[in-house]
Ligand binder design. Structure first.
Ligand code: DHB
Ligand code: FE
Length: 285
């Protein structure tokens, strides 16, 4: 068969991302907090920006109807989390970062699944017996902004496998694969054994992929590890770590790379790749 047999389809990963989003964000979360003034202010600004583009680009009736169809397709395909996290979240993160004093962060993306297995450091991420990919050891320390170790800090980590697929969002990968909550030691130190992920491609067969193809863009994110780093009383850091020299590092479709987030793993005597990275947590507000 063709490679599509094992490729996650847009329908599969988009719909799963929508399901996970619904399961982890209650309607109350989403609807209750904004005042009428805030909704008026932001919604009006969004509409003004859209009107402005229509005037500036002379958008026609056929184009308007095509966009309507496309928006319906994104919703029906469950691709809103995927689309918004690729094309919008990096600016939300940029705004959040204005008030951040801990480690530099990055976007969360659509593929986090809560409540994974907890493992004390030194930890090995759950993996298939024949998990492919270069063994990788990520170690480091979690401290507060004053340099004091944060004992028992949690590193909730998730990543694609060496083919670029996430468990829970692609067929044939066991639940929880390459996902865990790693608990740092009394000194805030951690060691995580995993494999180096491959670059990730946005599913090309859904509406998001169609837009990317129609515009002549590419659909790739560079290889990355996702992490939440957290401890009681501290503001959670949402981050991603990338790999020096990796493909797409300078043209991430999600625009979520930062120079501070690039690892440069080196082979150790044990034949595995080693890299270290420290995290700094600031107090919760
Ligand atoms: C998407 C996928 C990712 O792995 C990621 O980190 C960000 C966004 C996406 O498909 O939307
Ligand atoms: Fe990702």
């Amino acid at each position: 068969m063709t490679t599509t047999e094992h490729s996650p389809t847009a329908a599969g990963s988009g719909a799963s991302a929508s399901q996970v989003f619904r399961a982890t964000h209650s309607a109350a979360d989403t609807a209750s907090e904004a005042s009428a003034e805030r909704v008026d202010d932001v919604a009006r600004a969004v509409l003004r920006a859209v009107h402005q583009v229509i005037r500036e680009k002379n958008v026609s009736y056929p184009e308007f109807q095509a966009v309507k169809q496309w928006l319906m397709d994104v919703g029906e395909g469950g691709e809103w989390p995927l689309f918004l996290d690729v094309f919008v979240e990096h600016v939300i993160e940029e705004v959040a970062a204005r008030t951040q004093n801990g480690s530099v962060g990055s976007i969360q993306g659509p593929y986090y699944i809560p409540d994974q297995q907890r493992v004390d450091s030194p930890a090995t991420l759950p993996a298939r017996p024949d998990e492919q990919g270069d063994p990788l050891v990520l170690s480091g320390q979690v401290t507060d902004v004053g340099g004091k170790p944060v004992a028992g800090a949690e590193l909730d980590i998730w990543q694609a496998d060496s083919a670029g697929y996430y468990s829970g969002f692609a067929p044939d990968i066991p639940e929880g694969n390459l996902r865990a909550v790693v608990v740092a030691d009394e000194q805030g130190r951690f060691e995580i054994n995993t494999v180096r992920p491959a670059p990730y491609q946005i599913p090309t067969d859904g509406p998001t992929g169609k837009l990317i193809a129609a515009a002549g863009w590419h659909a790739w994110r560079p290889a990355h590890l996702h992490l939440f780093v957290q401890a009681p009383g501290y503001r959670r850091v949402t981050s991603q770590l990338y790999f020096a020299g990796g493909e797409w590092l300078d043209s991430d479709v999600a625009e979520a790379t930062k120079p501070e987030l690039v690892l440069d793993p080196q082979p150790g005597d044990d034949g595995r790749l080693h890299s270290s990275y420290d995290f700094v947590l600031e107090p919760a507000s």
